[in-house]
Ligand binder design. Structure first.
Ligand code: MG
Length: 176
């Protein structure tokens, strides 16, 4: 019997990944969030540019394909990552995900920081993340929360970010 002259529809395959990161807020460092520099009297301390948002996204992507975490792939002990823009880590993770045959459907991000206010910067951050991942801006959710004045976040000593990503198996080639 001849195969059908059209692609057989199969149930779509999905993966989810979760990522979390935190960095200390200190004077005399730039505040990078989602690849966008935000005016602030404090910035994030880390070996790279310490962009908590992009680090959480990187870990979510790696987690969705079972590939460890950002610390393993880009160890802080490696001098080549000193002050590196974290977009490098995200791009690497996206290439890895695509290499395994997946595409990013959407992601949702929470950034937790006492100040400055993130809302005025939300659209530029979403746009930057959209470009990095090659997806529609509607597929990038970004919410900002504070620490309500208590704990290390509330006292302005720490910033945190959480990210969840959904991947879908890319369309299989048609049979003919
Ligand atoms: Mg980090």
């Amino acid at each position: 019997m001849n195969p059908p002259p059209f692609a057989v529809l199969e149930p779509p395959e999905f993966r989810v990944g979760i990522g979390y990161d935190c960095h200390r807020l200190v004077p005399d460092r730039p505040l990078m969030l989602g690849g966008v520099e935000i005016e602030s009297d404090k910035g994030l301390l880390g070996h790279s540019d310490a962009d908590v948002v992009l680090h959480a996204i990187t870990d979510a992507l790696l987690g969705a394909v079972g590939q460890g975490d950002i610390g393993e792939l880009f160890p802080p002990s490696d001098p080549q990552w000193k002050d590196a823009p974290s977009s490098v880590f995200v791009r690497h993770a996206v290439e890895l995900v695509q290499g395994y045959g997946w595409r990013v459907v959407n992601l949702d991000i929470v950034v937790v920081i006492e100040r400055p206010r993130i809302l005025p910067h939300r659209e530029s951050i979403r746009e930057n993340i959209r470009k990095l991942l090659g997806i529609d801006v509607g597929a990038v959710g970004l919410k900002a929360k504070t620490g309500e004045g208590i704990g290390p976040v509330g006292k302005g000593k720490l910033a945190e970010s959480h990210a969840v990503v959904l991947l879908m198996r890319r369309e299989k080639p048609k049979l003919m």
